[in-house]
Design a protein around this ligand. Structure first.
Ligand code: PAD
Ligand code: ZN
Ligand code: ZN
Length: 375
């Protein structure tokens, strides 16, 4: 029996309050309005950015259905939707691509003005939400809300992918993989033979390493306080790994000495102000490029000595690896299908969706890289 045009009752993980576990609830998901798409989720990854919402580091209106690294199948479409049809395999896009705004028209930029990150409303483009639970409206999260058996997204925030793609793997292209990989190949533009330092060896940091290796960097130094992360980092291309806690001096001094003056490219993939400063300082004073990938704690500032930039360093940052989401995600899926990069090493755990709190526990304890929740 078709569910198109009807309210769907299904399970979703609702975050009612900060610093509380997710609550698996029955929610109502209303049909998509014009230019909207309702998706049956098949798989979703757990990213540290979701956890940043739980801790309060990343602000978004609550109660909300989080999750932004998913893949699913179109259940129904609203009026006027042409980009996808029921049955299509799709990836929701937490950075939309409307195709019409000044950012979408810019050849390099990807942070479409329709994003819900800078001033999050936790709604669809029309300012309302498609979820209710126990009679209350429940907010969306960054245009996606993948921690639900069904979700509704704007047409600008979803893209069709190869019908043969394994959704329980390519969901990582919805965030972690693309963010890390793009930070290396598109934002930093890592060059052959270069030296790179990657601070933070989680799912996103390891994807930076995959990107540095693909760009044929000669030396890739992983930096993490959890030594359990080193084996995987080396398997994916790190040539050495170091722990800042093993040294008496700041890690940027260690890296500067190790590399005879500083690395060519550095990446902060943790989300801490102190490591952002260390990553900037460890790149070469005359030509180093440092990229901020980690999401910093909300409303905190970092003071820095402008001399660090005056001598020639470049300091950058990007959301979603600088990729224009609609243009890039289908191509990245095709590249994965053509074995151009791996995703399997990033997946350490697979759990049924109902065990979402266990999945977050694995992330917080440093035991997982990516946990995939399956529906
Ligand atoms: P993760 O928690 O899996 O990995 C972070 C890693 O950093 C872990 O291995 C930690 O052990 C390590 N770490 C923690 N503290 C330190 C420290 N003081 N020094 C060295 N290492 C440390 O997270 P993730 O890989 O899912 O995400 C990493 C960051 O990237 C996080 O802040 C997330 O919010 C952000 C992110 N940004 C975007 C974007 O579009 N820019 C997208 C996705 C994720
Ligand atoms: Zn993410
Ligand atoms: Zn746009």
């Amino acid at each position: 029996m078709s569910t198109a045009g009807k309210v769907i009752k299904c399970k979703a993980a609702v975050l009612w309050e900060l610093k509380k576990p997710f609550s698996i609830e029955e929610v109502e998901v209303v049909p998509p309005k014009a230019y909207e798409v309702r998706i049956k989720m098949v798989a979703t990854g757990i990213c540290r950015s979701d956890d940043h919402v739980v801790t309060g580091n990343l602000s978004t209106p609550l109660p909300a259905i989080l999750g932004h690294e998913g893949a699913g199948i179109v259940e129904s479409i609203g009026e006027g939707v042409t980009a996808v049809k029921p049955g299509d395999k799709v990836i929701p896009l937490f950075t939309p691509q409307c195709g019409r705004c000044v950012v979408c028209k810019h050849p390099e930029a990807n942070f479409c003005v329709k994003n819900d990150l800078t001033n999050p409303r936790g709604t669809m483009q029309d300012g309302t939400t498609r979820f209710t639970c126990r009679g209350k409206p429940i907010h969306n999260f960054v245009s996606t809300s993948t921690f639900s058996e069904y979700t509704v997204v704007d047409e600008t925030a979803v893209v069709k992918i190869d019908a043969a793609a394994p959704l329980e793997k390519v969901c990582l292209i919805g965030c972690g993989f693309s963010t890390g990989f793009g930070s290396a190949v598109k934002v930093a533009k890592v060059t052959p033979g270069s030296t790179c330092a990657v601070f933070g060896l989680g799912g996103v940091g390891l994807s930076v390493i995959i990107g540095c290796k693909a760009a044929r960097a000669a030396r890739i130094i992983g930096v993490d306080i959890n030594k359990d992360k080193y084996a995987k980092a080396k398997e994916l291309g790190a040539t050495e790994c170091i722990n800042p806690q093993d040294f008496q001096k700041p890690i940027h001094e260690v890296l500067t000495e190790m590399t005879g003056g500083g690395v060519d490219f550095s990446f902060e993939v943790i989300g801490r102000l102190d490591t952002m400063a260390e990553a900037l300082s460890c790149c070469h004073e005359a030509y180093g490029v440092s990229v901020i990938v980690g999401v910093p704690p909300g409303s905190q500032n970092l003071s820095m000595d402008p001399m660090l930039l005056l001598t020639g360093r470049t300091w950058k940052g990007a959301i979603f690896g600088g990729f224009k989401s609609k243009d890039s995600v289908p191509k990245l899926v095709a590249d994965f299908m053509a074995n151009k990069f791996p995703l399997d090493p990033l997946i350490t755990h697979v759990l049924p969706f109902q065990e979402i709190n266990e999945g977050f526990g694995l992330l917080r304890s440093g035991k997982s890289i990516r946990t995939i929740l399956t529906f």
